[in-house]
Design a protein around this ligand. Sequence first.
Ligand code: 13P
Ligand code: SF4
Length: 313
Amino acid sequence: MENKDAGLVEKIWALKKKRNAVILVHNYQLAEVQDIADFVGDSLELSQNAARTSADVIVFCGVHFMAETASILCPDKVVLLPDMNAGCPMANMITAERLRAKKKEHPQAVVVCYINSSAEVKAESDICCTSANAVEVVESLGAREILFIPDQYLGHYVSARTGRKMILWPGFCPTHVRIRPERIKELRREYPQAKVVVHPECTPEVIALADEVASTSGMCRYARRDEVKEMVVGTETGLIHRLRKENPGKRFIPVSEQAICPNMKLITLEKVLWSLQEMSPEVKVPEETRLKAIAAVDRMLEAKSKIKDQKSK
Ligand code: 13P
Ligand code: SF4
């Protein structure tokens, strides 16, 4: 930890205790922000943690849709997002209005909504999914027509894995499209022993070259395997900090140093402290929207446990 951070961290800890707050941090956050977390994880784990915390205040170090999901699940808690400008460009590639129009074209379709979407869009959807459970969620749906929003590449991956044809919304992540197949081929030649692990938001050409496709925390679990000594990492570069911290002695090579999500990097220690001092900016989903959106989030969490039950039988 840098010296200038030590004083800040001390103040954050003291205020966090006073406010009975929990600090939830996504795997792409700045290293120094990850290091003050109560919990660091992927979107699914963060929403599960938000749902079961006994804290009064959740400081969400991530992007806006993640804080909104926490607000949907915990209406009685104060959810702080230390920088309101931390949005997700992919989530902004669909609006509730445009989704309603699309639903009219496909009135029989089940709407599967990637969690990277606004609360209003979730409110118009039937079931949510994250990168960690999208395949299982779609498998749980039976034979109905599916409209998958808003990430076309995650949708394409899930369709290939499940054999289900789906109508795909043409959204994408501007950070993950920077991960190019040519670079993976070069890295394979440079590091012939390395495993190549990529996020399902990558393009199909990139996914075709991978040994494993996983959510950000799925990548962390994969990295712990004994046979993995070197790993080429096809996702946002923030994950490299956690991978190196948890696996000293192993080598992690980002596919692209340019795969940076600028929104994730807006959250700093200074802003975390400021938001705890001011109890602002707060993310609060209006109750009418929340009640519609929670049905889609709950169905996702239920689908996951149903699948678990089926597997353990
Ligand atoms: P994960 O749920 O895998 O952490 O992904 C979130 C995200 O925004 C990826 O770009
Ligand atoms: Fe959104 Fe992509 Fe950033 Fe994830 S990495 S928050 S999908 S823009």
